[in-house]
Design a protein around this ligand. Structure first.
Ligand code: HEM
Length: 415
């Protein structure tokens, strides 16, 4: 009875803290018009680019209300991500167990674990017809198949696994309610069991997958309590992001019918550069950040040791200093530096080649087999604010096969 009471008290304290935080955020965003708060609220989820423009007008590096810094500039973001005087954690802190493995570690632990997690694999996607949800019916199956294959998750558990990925991904920008916290805790618990079971299996019967590689390296290269966070990282990094890249690509192309038609006319030749332009124009990961390990000057401003610089990837990718007409979506674009969709420096995305090829294969397939693809209803966006993409994207496609190049204008719909 006493234990139940103290558990209830802990839940009440947690819920109180959470709702107080939400209320403060809403005040700062809606009343104080603070751009960093707005990015975490509905206006920022719907159109973060308008918020970035307001921030950009204040200069390349501006102070935040919480005593840190934020940058919308491509060159400042890139230099922070590549500068070893910045790191993903302040110098004197340890990553938590539920953390994102080596993504939230500084060298030398980062270097040791990153080596173990190199992906390499691919499979093919299913074909669908009629009116369907492009996210669940097309964008999700390939990345789920690839990441479950890489990790060696049995097919019977891949749907559960996808659900855990979505939940953990949705919490990257913060926990939004008590219900969200409960779902997250339950998903983490189920994932822990799944990986414990899988590790035992692969210890007895190793296969050609990442879990087998991790259990074989257990000891000097990876500690037992580092395994689950690593699998967490690979799941969230390798699945949610790629689903959003494919969905964001379809959203962008259907909203720009001339570009969709150009792609349909040459799917093989244009799919990779269409993916590159989507990565620039509407990247699935909108921001990251680094802590200063020492006091230094950045873009003419004094950044003190321990302060964080938020690097707004989505803003840097539309920096007018870096790209001509940055708000224009143009799959023929040739100008400008490499976009920052996969970050830069030592944490540069380990799965970038895999994600690029999964997305290019998906776009090629769509353009070849469904050139008459058209929007068919209201798009629902994810609640997450770091990861950007639709959770539901209704489209139509006539079942009769057409030849590549036969495009129907995509129409306006409700994109
Ligand atoms: C479109 C898809 C993807 C996007 C937009 C994306 C984006 C990113 C970004 C921005 C980072 C660095 C974050 C930072 O600098 O703080 C990152 C790191 C990472 N990504 Fe990806 N990613 C994608 C797909 C993948 C895939 C398919 C995998 C693996 C199968 C993967 C595995 C990783 C890993 C392991 C890291 C951590 C690297 C490190 O800390 O050294 N990602 N990703």
């Amino acid at each position: 009875m006493a234990r139940r009471g103290s558990r209830l008290a802990r839940v009440a304290v947690f819920a109180g803290g959470l709702y107080r935080q939400r209320a403060l955020l809403a005040c700062a965003g809606y009343l104080g018009r603070d751009p960093m708060a707005q990015l975490q609220l509905r206006p920022g989820r719907v159109n973060p680019y308008a918020v970035y423009d307001r921030l950009r007008a204040r200069g390349p590096l501006t102070p935040t209300r919480l005593g840190h810094w934020v940058s919308t500039s491509h060159s400042v973001c890139e230099s922070v991500l590549r500068d070893r005087r910045f790191a993903v954690r302040p110098e004197d802190t340890e990553p938590g167990q539920a953390g994102m493995s080596f993504l939230s570690m500084n060298p030398p632990d980062h270097t040791r674990l990153r080596r173990l997690a190199m992906p390499a694999s691919s499979r093919s996607a299913a074909s669908v017809a009629g009116r369907f949800d492009l996210v669940s019916g097309f964008a999700a199956p390939l990345p789920i198949a690839v990441i479950t294959d890489l990790l060696g998750i049995p097919d019977s558990r891949s749907a559960d696994f996808a659900r855990y990925g979505m939940l953990i991904g949705s919490a990257l920008g913060g926990i939004t309610s008590l219900r969200h916290a409960r779902q997250l805790l339950a998903a983490r618990g189920e994932m822990r069991l799944l990986f414990r079971h899988l590790s035992e299996l692969r210890r007895r019967e190793p296969r050609d997958d990442i879990v087998s590689r991790l259990v074989a390296a257990e000891g000097d290269q990876i500690k037992p309590d580092e395994m689950l966070p690593m699998c967490n990282l690979l799941l969230v990094a390798g699945f949610e992001t790629t689903v959003n890249l494919i969905s964001n690509a379809v959203l962008a192309l259907l909203a720009h019918p001339a570009q969709w038609q150009a792609l349909c006319a040459d799917p093989d030749g244009l799919a990779p550069q269409a993916v590159e332009e989507v990565l620039r124009w509407d990247p699935p990961v909108q921001r990251t950040g680094r802590f200063a390990l020492e006091s230094l000057e950045l873009a003419g401003q004094p950044v003190h040791k321990g302060q964080r610089v938020t690097t707004l990837i989505g803003a840097a990718n539309r920096d007018p200093e870096a790209y001509d007409h940055p708000d224009t979506f143009d799959i023929m674009r040739r100008d400008g530096p490499a976009n920052l969709a996969f970050s830069s420096g030592i944490h540069y995305c380990l799965g970038h080649a895999l994600a690029r090829s999964e997305a290019a294969i998906s776009l090629r397939l769509l353009a070849e087999r469904m050139p008459d693809l058209a929007p068919a209803g209201t798009v629902k966006r994810r609640k997450a604010t770091i990861i950007r993409g639709p959770v539901r994207l209704p489209v139509t496609h006539a079942p009769s096969p057409r030849r590549a190049g036969e495009c129907r204008p995509a129409g306006t719909g409700t994109m």
